[in-house]
Every structure is written in C-alpha cells, then in structure tokens.
Design a protein around this ligand. Structure first.
Ligand code: NAI
Length: 287
C-alpha cells in the first residue's frame, strides 16, 4: 500500500515522558514533527523536559543537530490529555501496567478527534489486542515498539493486532521510517521478535552461571570473542535491569508455558535481594 501525502503523519502526541517516551519525543521532533507530550505530574513533566534537553545538548555537541533550542521549539509538554485532540498519531509510553494502559486507551479514544488517528503503544509485553478493544476504533490501534536508547537504536517492531487495519499499519511504517527507523513486522505475541529470542538466550546464560558451568566473565567473554556480540549476555542483563529481565521472562512464560522462558531461581533471588544490575550498582557485576 502506498501512503499518500495526506495520509502522512506529522502531528504527534506522546503519553508518558520517561526513558522511552522522552526518546520518542526526541526522534519525532528531530525529524521536524510537531510533538505534544503528556506527562502525569508537574515533577515528572519537569524530569521529562530535563532528560530531553540533556539528550539534545549531547546531540548538538556531537554536531548531529544544529541546536537543542531549535528542536525543543517543536515540543509542547502538558499535563492535560485534552491537548491531544488534533493529533494524527498518539504513542503511549506509560508504565508497563495493563490496567493503566487500558484506562488510557479508553480516554484517548474519547479525546482524539481525528477519525483516522493512529493509537500506538510502545508496550513490550501487553497484547495489542487488549488495547485495541478498549477503544471504539481497534482498527487504528497498533504496537510500535522502540528500543532503548531510542535516539540511537534503529529498530522499531510494528505489531498489528488481528483487528488492525492495513492502512494503520502502513501509515505507522511510513511514520517510523520518516524518523530514520527500520521497522520489522511482528505478530501480536509476547516478546514480539527481539525479546522472544533475546530473553531465553539471557536466561540460558544465567542458568549456565548458576550451575557453575563457567564464571560470569568467561560466559560474557565467550560470546564477545567467539560470536562477535558487542557485550555478553550477563552484562546485557545488568544493563536491561534484572527486574525488567524477570518481568519480560514472566510474560513470555505466561503466554507460551515453555520452560526456556521460565526465570531461573538465581534471577528471582537477585531481584528479591535488590541486585538489579547497573541501576542498583550490583547485578552479575559490581558498578
Ligand atoms: P518509565 O517508568 O521510565 O516512564 C513512564 C512514564 O510514564 C513516567 O514518566 C510516568 O510519569 C509516566 N506516566 C505514567 N502514567 C501516566 C499517565 N496516565 N499519563 C501520563 N504519563 C504517565 O518507563 P519506560 O521504561 O519509559 O517504559 C515505558 C513503556 O515502554 C513501557 O510500556 C515499557 O514496557 C516500554 N518499553 C520499555 C523499554 C525499556 O528499555 N525501558 C524498551 C521498549 C519498550
């Protein structure tokens, strides 16, 4: 399907300006789009603005953009969902909580006036179908899954539910491509493509370490030197966060009931102990 110029999306809304949402705002504004970011509270709005400004200053220092101010002019941070009324695409990037997301999609359905607006979710594990049926327009609901850090990683997973219209999917593809991203198509299944492959790989490395098969350093060195991975699986788990790794494993296990997705006891104990990886200062390594 070819996307005509009048089907192109340029008025963007983002809900949730945390780690991912602020990255999505940044890449959209850097691509010349007009962006409204809705954050829930004054403090989190301030934090989102600060994160965005810091990232844009870094990009300007590296010569990737002319000036941070130029890009920031296109971003409006608000706390009222009503500001999304005229948006052509709204990307939801709030906490990974199904009840919260379903409630938000209901509200977005009531607020967004454009009859063809796209309702996208950046969820990593919640079925797109559940978000779609929370609205009166399930054909316009789609998963658009970015990777962290959003300004750096080029992949976007596009996830239509059984009810997503071909037009919504193609307009989302065209939008993501316009942000400089490379979309791949995934089914609406837990983990999509990347996490469904990556998480069991990390869990296997944890099981290997747990059984005393090899040290953490040697497991990681093995994959870096022997398989040309940029970092080993245990260092990567520390970077993702062991709590997040466990949460994604649980959603994969819940969906497929396959032992390869089950969080090993060591991972569960480390999370219970607050050893979450880089963010807590200790995981498989000490930081
Ligand atoms: P985060 O916790 O950094 O940010 C969530 C933000 O949403 C917070 O700033 C919070 O104030 C705001 N928020 C919560 N409820 C809201 C509401 N009702 N209205 C407006 N703002 C609200 O979370 P993060 O890591 O950015 O994740 C967001 C989404 O992206 C989740 O669905 C997550 O699964 C997904 N994701 C996360 C990745 C990661 O590496 N962290 C990678 C890919 C997807």
């Amino acid at each position: 399907m070819t996307i005509s110029s009048e089907q192109q999306v340029s008025k963007v809304g983002v809900v949730g300006g945390g780690l991912m949402g602020s990255g999505i705002v940044e890449v959209s504004a850097r691509a010349g789009q007009d962006v409204v970011l809705v954050e829930s509270g004054v403090d989190s709005a301030r934090a989102a603005k600060a994160r965005l400004a810091a990232s844009l200053e870094r990009a300007a220092a590296k010569g990737r953009i002319e000036s941070a101010e130029g890009v920031l002019q296109r971003v409006h941070v608000v706390s009222d969902l009503g500001a999304l009324a005229d948006r052509e695409i709204v990307v939801e990037a709030i906490v990974e909580d199904e009840t919260a997301k379903v409630a938000l999609f209901k509200e977005l359905d009531a607020v967004v006036e454009d009859p063809r607006a796209i309702f996208a979710s950046n969820t990593s594990s919640i079925p797109i179908m559940k978000l779609g049926v929370a609205t009166s327009r399930p054909g316009q609901v789609v998963g658009v899954h970015f990777f962290n850090p959003v300004p750096v990683l080029r992949l976007v997973e596009l996830v239509p539910s059984l009810l997503t219209s071909p037009e919504t999917l193609e307009r989302s593809r065209s939008w993501a491509t316009g942000l400089g991203k490379q979309p791949i198509d995934c089914q609406d299944r837990a983990g999509f493509v990347v996490n469904a492959l990556l998480i069991p790989f990390i869990l296997s490395a944890i099981r290997m370490y747990e059984s005393g098969f090899a040290s953490a350093e040697d497991i990681d060195r093995g994959l870096v030197l022997g398989a040309a991975h940029p970092q080993g699986p245990l260092a990567l788990a520390d970077l993702i966060g062991l709590d997040t790794t466990q949460a994604v494993a649980e959603s994969l296990y819940e969906e497929f009931k396959e032992p390869l997705y089950a969080a090993p006891p060591l991972l569960q104990r480390m999370v219970a102990a607050g050893l979450l990886g880089r963010k807590s200062g200790r995981g498989f390594y000490t930081y």
